[in-house]
Design a protein around this ligand. Sequence first.
Ligand code: GLN
Length: 290
Amino acid sequence: MTGVAATLFAARQSAAKRLAAGLGADATPALDARLLIAAAIGVAPDQLLFLDDRLLSEPEIRAIEQAILRRLAGEPVARIVGEKEFWGLSFRLSEATLVPRPDTETLVEATLAWIDRSGRHDEALRIVDIGTGSGAILIALLSALPNAIGLGIDLSEQAARTARDNAERLGVADRSRFIVGAWSDSCGQFDVIASNPPYIVRDVIRTLDQEVRDHDPMLALDGGMDGLDAYRAILHDLERVMAPKGATFLEIGFDQAAALRAMARSVGLDASVHPDLAGHDRVVELHRID
Ligand code: GLN
């Protein structure tokens, strides 16, 4: 007999209790239980609470049990359910994609704020997302900008496929293209350059949270010896790729703003820094100096 009881209410209670006991102090057991059970039985998470009396079938009980055991073994909820919400949209994940983080919404916000300030909301802006992963940044921007078109680039073919799948499911496939390759493979110019590149210092990766270290792809985390390799590559090509009145938005680690300011200055760009909701430096916005 498994530890999962036969009504949804009982299953939720028991799962939350087991997760609370088995996960650390920062855990969110009730929320995790809701998301895992909803996915295991194919119900929307916000519907689950209305179905408390629903009886569970044996296969459903087994599916829930499996999800709970994976969570207790330290796997992130988003990996188990294969989806993560970002910018109010639900993104499918694969092994090759980072789980989109709420912090990265700061980048989308900063980008949209600049576009609105420039009065370009309805223009056919050309956007490129470097290291697109699940496509979260690009697809969020395209969903907010009715006439923009976008290119997502990723070194991983599996990531590019996941991003394309997300673009189709989220209704922006006709305005987006995804290619496998390095950033420098892109041609043409872009009005908006966006990226959440790998920026973790290589030696720091092993000290990260187990849920990140063991489940997010290394390619999306490893920023080289000083964490800045990807920024060097991007800034190297920016002059060629950024349109004359364009702007670039890069996610950064909380302690990388000074380095990015210095790098921007050395290639003649103006840099401003945006904090995330926790108040940490999170996004650098780059413009040409007029
Ligand atoms: N923000 C991610 C983390 O802290 C890192 C993502 C990245 O390197 N771009 O795990």
